[in-house]
Ligand binder design. Sequence first.
Ligand SMILES: [Zn+2]
Length: 443
Amino acid sequence: MSTRTKGGPLVSHTDQVLSRAVTFQFALDPTEDQRSLFAKCAGARRFAFNHHLARVKENLDQRAAEKDLPVGPRLPGISWSWVSFVNEMNAWKNGQLDSSPVNDDGTRGLAWRHEVPGDVFECASVDVARALKNWSDSKRGARKGASVGFPRFAAKGRTTPSFRLRNKATPGETQSIRFTDPSHLRLPKIGPVRVFGPTRRVRRMIDLGRFHIYSATITKRGGRWICSLSGVAAKFHHERRHPKDRHVTLVGIDRGVTSLAVCADAEGNLLAAFEGVNELRRAHEQLVRAQKTLARATPGSKGRARAKARLNKLHRRVANRRCHHAHQVTSWVMKNCTSVVLEDLNVTGMVKNHRLARSISDAAMGELGRQILYQAPWYGVEVALADRFFASSKICSGCGAKKDRLDLSTRVYDCAHCGLMIDRDHNAAVNLARWKPAANVST
Ligand SMILES: [Zn+2]
């Protein structure tokens, strides 16, 4: 049986401590019936999300209007906690509230509520509560990052169809989300759904008690239904966490467009270079063409829907390849380095640049940084971020002289002081490996 010390990590039926948040993704191959059920669930998720949002908005608007009134009773605010949202949704759809819908035959409650798993409504309630919390935290300055607006209503056609189901069983019990055989994932109330691709690794981890599924998110992306299994996993085995023969010195990783990544140490040795995302440049041409077709199509026509589907599919393919390339670099870094220095790229700012080719490669760089940052603790790799004003490309790694400007098209760094000629990215990686945080600069 599983145990969970209060506030502590989950322990599996084989006594493994599960503390590492992990997500596995699979493309699904649902039957026709399952497809329409998926669409219905995504609709129910949207419906529940909008239900709460409308409730909150009405309450906020009324209270704002009452502000100007001199005296008198005030409308109380409603609780925004996810628990109260879940309870309200359940009572409302089961016909227990005054505001519950009344059907033609006189019965109360949401008529189609039993057609989809109840958990879809509950997870949607949790999601909208979180979105509202993000907005209010952001408004009062309690949230890092870009400011978050008031949640938008989930409009059909504009929102990505998606819904989540939870696995409420604890480790050791029969799981409501489980693999029934190598190619079928069973989802609560939906039944076994065919899965594409190998599942051996995740099934083995579950059998050994090294992975426990918390939830499955089903999303339609680029015309295909994708399942993300989120859960907690055990730490890697010691040998995997601490591979032998790793570089003990700092390794600088220069992320770029021509090369996805170049890794070098402070002595100037080139350790690894990973090809740029050429494939993505080729995909770029296809993207531009698909975009043009879409722009020319008549609004509301079948041709437009087809053009849109094609564009979505291409975008999806680009994103998948980008992720794949980044994974190759990340896995090299985890196996071969103990501490690395990356440039702190302002990726959010860069992606706002609307030129397609640029944003594709920027996104690849951003994805690489994201992977290195989340995997580093798994392998005990230390990551330092050089501030974005550190001119890693402009400094000469031979003598330390700094160029005033260096065009992106200049591929070879050619030093006017010491005569060093070195590949631009290699030079930048060496500089990153030598980077020291400035003591006098506060973050
Ligand atoms: Zn020089």
